[in-house]
Each structure stands twice: as structure tokens, then as C-alpha cells.
Design a protein around this ligand. Sequence first.
Ligand code: ZN
Ligand code: ZN
Length: 467
Amino acid sequence: MLMYRRLLAASATLALISGVAHAQDTKTAEGLRDKALLDRTAWEITEDLTTSIGPRIVGSPAMERAKGWGEAKLKALGFTNIKVEQFAKSSWTRGEESAWLVGPYPLKLNIVGLGRTLPTPAEGIEADVALFRTYAEMMAAPEGSLKGKIAVITQPMVRAQDGYGYGVAGVSRRAGPAEAAKRGAVALLIRSVSTSDSTVPHTGVTGFGPDVVTIPAAAMGVPEAEQLERLAKKGPLRIKLKLASTTDANDVAWNISGEIKGSEKPDEVIVIGGHLDSWDVGTGALDDATGVAITTAAAKLIGELPKHPKRSIRVVMFGSEESGGSSEAYVEAHKAELPKIVLAGESDTGADRIYSLKLPAGAQKHPIATTAGNLLAPLKIFVNRDPSAHGGSDIEGLEAAGVPSIELEQDASRYFDYHHTMDDTLNKVRPDELAQNVAAWASFIYLVADSDIDFRAMKPASAPAAH
Ligand code: ZN
Ligand code: ZN
């Protein structure tokens, strides 16, 4: 602890010497922070997108309307250099779905097909069940051992503030169908990747594409999964599953962006944003209307200042996060500009409060860490000692190309109760916590935008290999 205090004191002194953030900048950032807490823009954007457009899966008429909505919104809020960048993206459309336990007795199962799943034949698939309580248990089954069966995985997801359980439980959804196929299964049902105890199941993308050998797969409600787990101990189970869907290999999607132009170094850009697409269930409120709203509202507040910060701030509404594509498309379209993108960040964990800021590697002992810590403390946000590792899937491509990123980590305790379900709706958004998000983004991003901070130069040399 003492050591840490000394470090803090040392960085405070450094801040004074180097003058990284001028007093006036800090004051402006504090003003933005306090103004954002009372600003309704993010709420209005979230309400409008979820109500006027509704669910917006790639390739749907709603996504086409969302494109026009995004352009119009950026224009109305004072952004300039508005761009719609189209890219090729195959699409998938859900049809009728149902599942029944048929033996030992009939029981309707609440299910939702995993995103991009294969359909079953029109008459459905009826088969005996091979039930696994964890993904690892299924992986231990030898190839061919599930021949002709419906595999069921009932692994629960653990609730955690940082969303840790999602990666662990989510593998059943992402890789489960292809792995079950290898073992001979004809279909897969998983316990919903969810922290709730609800019968409302969660969709979400599963492995797909011309090179993926897979089977039809769906998620079921938590109570149903627990029921099957208990029943399986008493005797054999039989399930009937019907999934319908169509795909279009030649569809398109769009990354939409607008800028608050920098006053002194407009070609140096900070890229922030959320994703405009959503799953087809619910209205994509938490995932990710609020991410779009938070970053758009933050940049809009900065744009209303009497003088824009030195660097430009670009808000991107990414067009295909859920089944991938927008990150690669963004990097491809901005290759030449990459060295000028000084920082990137994405908001994609709902609307609950931010609790920590992760800075790019090397910045932890830089004066910016102290300045940011002081700026964000009234919002109950601390500067994490761990560096940013993954700022969001739409900026993965930028990160891989060497663009420094931040994470403004949101409390994900509630998020996985709702995301990717029919329950992802506006009434889950808490306006005061949404505003706290905007306050953090607006004030911190302003600080970087009105500075010469070069996060690339702070990157620590890779540590020598341990012997
Ligand atoms: Zn998302
Ligand atoms: Zn999502």
C-alpha cells in the first residue's frame, strides 16, 4: 500500500511539471462531466432508436431504416463529415421455432435459435438426449459417441461485475454446435447463457460459415435446463426441435460515422462508438442502443463547447457487431489513416454505471492516470492498474493494428440477465446510470482530445523472457 501511495505522489508531481493537462482543460472537462449528469440526450437517443426502429438485425428492413436514422441523428446533433461506409455482409433471418420434451412426458421448452444456426428439416428433429452438465464434459465424449442424439449442455453462467462468466459459459454457444457435430449429434440445446433464473432464453452468435461443419442449435430457458438436468438422473429423455431460418450470402451492412472536428490538429482522431445492429429479439436497448447513445451524447456535448478540442472526435455506429464484420470493414476502409487514430474506445455493456477506467498499456504511471483519476472520482470511477486489453469487438481490428484503446468498464452484474433476449428493452435502462456513463466518456475523451498525449509512445517494451 505504501509503495502505491508513493507512486501516486510521484505521478502527481510529474503532472505538475509536465503540465499534461492544463488547468483550463481540467476545468473544462469537469464542466462537461457535471453537465452530462443532467443531460437527457443519451436517453432520448436510446428511446428513439428502440422505439422508432426496434430490433435491427443485419439484412433486415429495420437495419436499413436504422442507417437513415443514424445519419439523420448525427446531422441533427451537429456532427460534420458524416459518412456511410458500406461493406459486404451475409445475413440470416429467423423463422418459426419450437421445442418439446416428448419423453418421459410432454413439456414445452422455451427456446430461441442461436444466431446464425442452421435450420432443422421442416418436420423437425426428434431424438434421444445425451445430457452434459458442463461443456468440458461434452468435450470429453469421444468422436462419434453422440451419433443420432440431441446433445444438451446445462452449464450455468456465473454473475460477476466484470462479466467474467460470459466467456466461460459462452463457449457452449459459440463452439458447442460444431463440437457436438464432431461427436455425431444431430442437434444441440444449451442452457441459455444467462445470469437470470428466467424462462426467457438468450440468443447470440454461434460458429457459422462455409467452412464450419455444424448442426441446428438453440438455447432454452434456465428453469427448463434445470428440469432436464434433474429428469436425466431418473431416466432417458427425448426431445423434438424445430428451427427455421433463411440466409442471404449477398447482403450488405454499413459503418456510419460523424465528427466533432478538431480545432488545431483535425487529422488526429479519437474513434469512439457503439454498434447499431442488434439481435432480432427485444429492441436491442442495452445491446447496444445505449452504447451508441452514450458515445454520441458525449461527443455532442464536447461539440457544443465554445471551442472544439485540438483533435477530432469521431463517433462510429458500427453496423455488424453481433455476427461480426464491422471491425474488419472499419480497418480496411481506414488503413491509410491508422497512424493518426490516437485512441479508440467502444461502449457495449449496456447502461449500468462505469466503475473503472483502463488506460492503454504504459499509461498507468503517466500523469494522465492521476488527472483522470481526479476527474472521474466524483463519478465513483477508479483508474485501474491493469491496462486495457479488449476495448470492444468493433475496435478489435484497430487494436490489432496498434491503435491504443481504453475501456470504461461498466458494472455487468445485471447485463447478462437481459442481453440477447426479448427482455432487452428500454425499461431496463436506468437514466441516472446512463448519464454517469456519458459524464465519464465526455470528460475523459475531452481531456485526451485537447492534449498532445501519445499513448503509443508510452507502450512498455516487452518484458524479457523469464529464465
Ligand atoms: Zn453488443
Ligand atoms: Zn450482443
